[in-house]
Design a protein around this ligand. Sequence first.
Ligand code: ADP
Length: 357
Amino acid sequence: LKVVDCGSSASIGGPCDIMNYRKKSLGGRGRGVNAKFVPPIGQNDTTATKPTFSVPPSLAHLDSLMVEQIMRESMHKYKPIAWDEIAGLEYAKSTFMETIIHPLQRPDLFKGVRRPPRGVLLFGPPGTGKTLIAKCIASQSKATFFSINPSSLTSKWIGEGEKLVKTLFAVAAAHQPAIIFMDEVDSLLSQRSDTEHESSRRLKNEFFIQLDGAATNEDDHVIIIGATNRPQELDEAVRRRFVRRIYVPLPVAQAREHIIQKLLKQVHHNLDDAQIQGLGELTEGYSGADMDSLCRYAAMQPLRVLSSSEIDAIDAQQLPAVCMSDFLSALQHVSRSVSPEDVKRYVAWNEIYGIKK
Ligand code: ADP
């Protein structure tokens, strides 16, 4: 597995770049869209490392700095993630096996009318495992994985979005089979407005051309997985390009139990199956990320009652077991982050635009 992360906070623009970036202001942040492009690596940046790869000859006609950035920036591998680490979401998993994993393994079988769609959309409330699924696909498939955060990426290449998209897809094609995971795809492709900057309009058009595959070879194996918490903001042009639109819902009780069991494996605890089942029922409406926070809060309880000197001195084996009352206390502090009204909106969107089971 090769992973290229082109938009993480650890990358060259730094965390402030992301925090200062306001959604829906592509090309903003005080610099005009026609302002001269400033390479994100400062000349005197001693922390920048020299590239340790060579740019493939097929990319020689492109902007070499941009190609290098895309290939190198924050390049890292995700630790292997197995499907069973993702609680529930059986339908999403099987769809991904059919649309991504198998076609990448056996491109000879999946061609012509069996050719998988180029664009797949994951939508649903925040913290339900969309990114986790993408990372799992990355670790399962042998494809080069590009993880893109559009907000972060476009803020680094202000006014260069169209060229950036073109370059990104060219780099992906040169490293195929490849998967491009684009989180917060709505921030890049949300409905057009009259006030939209010309540069972001061109960026979107280029993205559409690439998603349509018009600029690529019929035999290219580049798949784009878009993720969004705000599918309502995607217009018809975007929906049409993401042929498979997969709803990633809040976890059901059994999946919530699965998450608790998985996390409790890391600590000494004395909860039995009935108690874990009870917690599964008590956490109706919690997202996977909420469950994660809940377990972390509960797991800290045995440490919270200790003084600093006790923490200094205690033997790890002597720590009291995490127990049911720690979870009951955690439930007072960690509440669900997705409202029932929000869930209704996702369900309604899914009924109209999601793929039918
Ligand atoms: P999203 O991309 O949908 O906003 P993430 O995939 O980033 O959500 O999930 C955030 C965290 O929540 C994950 O790292 C994981 O710890 C937990 N989580 C969410 N969904 C699941 C799930 N289905 N199974 C296990 N853990 C989950």
